[in-house]
Write a protein that binds this ligand. Structure first.
Ligand SMILES: Nc1ncnc2c1ncn2[C@@H]1O[C@H](COP(=O)(O)OP(=O)(O)O)[C@@H](O)[C@H]1O
Ligand SMILES: [Mg+2]
Length: 272
């Protein structure tokens, strides 16, 4: 007898079968020991009684660039938001350099060196590039000049066009402004939510190159990406998130070559 549910073995179930390390947290606990930022068994959501994150473990070590991939709706943005104080953590903890920062508000996190670039609406369109960057440095206006020079080195085009209104820029340029603005706060850890979304392949490439440059300039980077293949190519480690849980975590190279990950999450992209 055919059971319509049979084909719908959930990805999470398959992932669980293939990844006993998820239930066994020892690898996470070992890796996270000296992490700059870590989340442990995070449960979070928007509607009372409905969890979107179902026990997320994640850590990023000093100087690492890590990638988070996974299907639409997996909870990737929610994970970043819950680490940045924008979605309430119900249980579990977020720790920054040994300090418990669970549910601290965004401004308190900025003061502690966490930067965040949201997936959408991440620039002030009516303000100039320069004014956008000033907004980024609002908490330390005296540092504006120094930070502007740092950011201008990474994004020379922004310096040349500093008087241009952000709303008149292309999607790719806006993404650069958004990243530059977050860097104005002098973060030691930068959370990027799908910076390449909606961009042409060429501009997507630019975004990945910038993310790498930012990382090499000494900023620890946590990057959520829909371009999973490209993300795994550049990250030190990747996390695959599915239904609010870590399904897999390994080096970017291992994930990109893992048949299960290819089948479930990279699909045709991986074979292209
Ligand atoms: N503001 C919100 N209110 C209620 N539900 C939300 C909200 N934002 C996201 N969700 C739900 O949370 C789930 C995960 O969303 P999200 O974290 O944005 O996924 P991803 O970034 O992996 O695509 C989805 O089912 C989505 O509908
Ligand atoms: Mg998202």
């Amino acid at each position: 007898m055919s059971d319509p549910e049979a084909g719908a073995v959930t990805r999470a179930q398959e992932a669980e079968d293939a990844s006993p390390a998820v239930a066994d947290r020892s690898a996470h606990l070992r890796g996270a020991e000296n992490a700059v930022l870590r989340s442990d068994e995070l449960f979070a959501g928007y509607v009372p009684g409905v969890n979107i994150l179902n026990g997320c473990d994640l850590y990023v070590g000093e100087g690492e660039l890590i990638g988070i991939i996974g299907p639409n709706g997996a909870g990737k943005s929610t994970l970043l938001k819950s680490m940045f104080g924008l979605v309430e953590v119900r249980t579990g903890s977020v720790t920054l350099k040994g300090e418990n920062i669970t549910n601290l508000k965004a401004h308190a996190l900025v003061e502690r060196g966490v930067g965040y670039v949201p997936q959408t609406n991440n620039v002030f369109p009516s303000l100039s590039i320069e004014e956008n960057l000033e907004m980024g440095a609002y908490h330390a206006p005296k540092k504006f000049k120094e930070r502007f020079e740092f950011v201008a080195e990474l994004f020379p085009a922004l310096k040349e066009r500093r008087k241009q209104r952000a709303g008149s820029l292309s999607g790719g340029e806006r993404q650069m402004v958004a990243m530059a603005r977050a860097l104005m706060t002098e973060p030691s850890v930068l959370l990027l939510d799908e910076p390449s979304a909606g961009l042409s392949p060429k501009l997507q490439d630019q975004v990945f190159i910038r993310a790498q440059q930012i990382n090499r300039a000494g900023v620890t980077v946590v990057m959520v990406e829909q371009n999973a293949r490209r993300c795994l190519q550049i990250c030190d480690r990747g996390y695959v998130l599915d239904q609010g849980r870590n399904a897999y975590t390994a080096s970017g190279r291992d994930l990109i070559n893992d048949p299960k990950v290819i089948e479930l999450y990279l699909g045709t992209l991986a074979r292209a």
